[in-house]
Design a protein around this ligand. Sequence first.
Ligand code: ADP
Ligand code: GN1
Ligand code: MG
Length: 368
Amino acid sequence: MGKEKAELMQIAGKFRLDGEKEQVVPYGSGHINDTFLLTCRAGDREKKYILQRMNHEIFKDPKGLMENVVGVTSFLQRKIRENGGNPEREALNVIHTHTGESYCKLEDGTYWRMCLYVEGATSYDAVEKQEDFYESAVAFGHFQKLLEDYPAASLHETIPDFHNTADRLEKFRAAVEKDVCGRAAGVQEEINFVLERAGECGILCGMLASGELPLRVTHNDTKLNNIMMDNETGKGICVIDLDTVMPGSALYDYGDSIRFGANTGAEDEKDLSKISCDLELFALYTKGFTEGCEGSLTEKEIRMLPMGAKIMTLECGMRFLTDYLEGDHYFKVNYPEHNLDRCRTQFCMVKDMEDKWKDMQDIVERYL
Ligand code: ADP
Ligand code: GN1
Ligand code: MG
């Protein structure tokens, strides 16, 4: 990301840290922020922090975003404390600057924030053990349940229309039309894949608008590596990456987890024969999520779970394809075709879900 270690240490020095700064290294595999692990030493004790450069090209209102994060994390910490849990590990803890701010803006226009590193836990980039996926589902469902009475009106919309799939479709059409990189001709098959399903893009947002689906406070980015799994108990201990916590549908959170975690291949797998929707994982996640939500999902929401999974996967594939067409300005890429590879896995997953539709519906029926 171009910042030297000395500069990172200097930025870290703006925050209220416990101990002397020792080391800072790039960390994690998120697609949006630049993340670093900072290690400090206080006597014989090591203390770790996560330092992040916030992506303010994507999140246009970093101040509003951090107001959300502080609001949500304080709310969660209070509930966790009341329930006898450990608020230092079970919720993100924002570290403030010496001047009492939740983030700092540098002269070069970049925005930085710090939070406690969640000790003794791991964020997985793929499902290694089926139980982990189940436990992540319980935790994401529980997260939503905990935020049930959060004052939703106080939340800033950090990315307007984030999961408005109909709006995503319009942005995709515009990208195809403009074709600024001259890439459209090479991806006609993928473009057609979206256009053939254009009619489905308005389903979830339409049902939210009509009130058929309830508006809830949701995470909106529930991929497996956005949750810390406790190394000892195997439970989903802490939901992280709260940048997109906004009013939304339970189906967004459920669907995005299925999109990523129930896929038998990686999000950027080139060999599409490895991609499919694993119905066993689908069933496990459905069980865990409905349990985590503690009965708060409506019958309509449960019936729509397969559609949530399909539309979130289609939407994500469409976003990767849009970014490919626009020259890869949104998602971090490691090579020029990276977004295209990601788009293809998503569409392959959508196709597989369509082939398994009846089975998916039968599975969710169990939770009605
Ligand atoms: P992005 O928006 O880029 O995905 P994240 O906030 O998800 O950024 O952070 C990227 C990665 O850094 C996570 O997937 C996780 O592995 C790690 N990470 C972030 N916050 C913490 C934390 N508080 N404790 C431990 N690891 C973390
Ligand atoms: C991004 O931030 P990260 O890497 O957890 C993206 C999600 C996508 C995901 C695809 C703010 O998630 O919406 O589903 O990549 N986050 C944002 O892997 O756009
Ligand atoms: Mg993340």
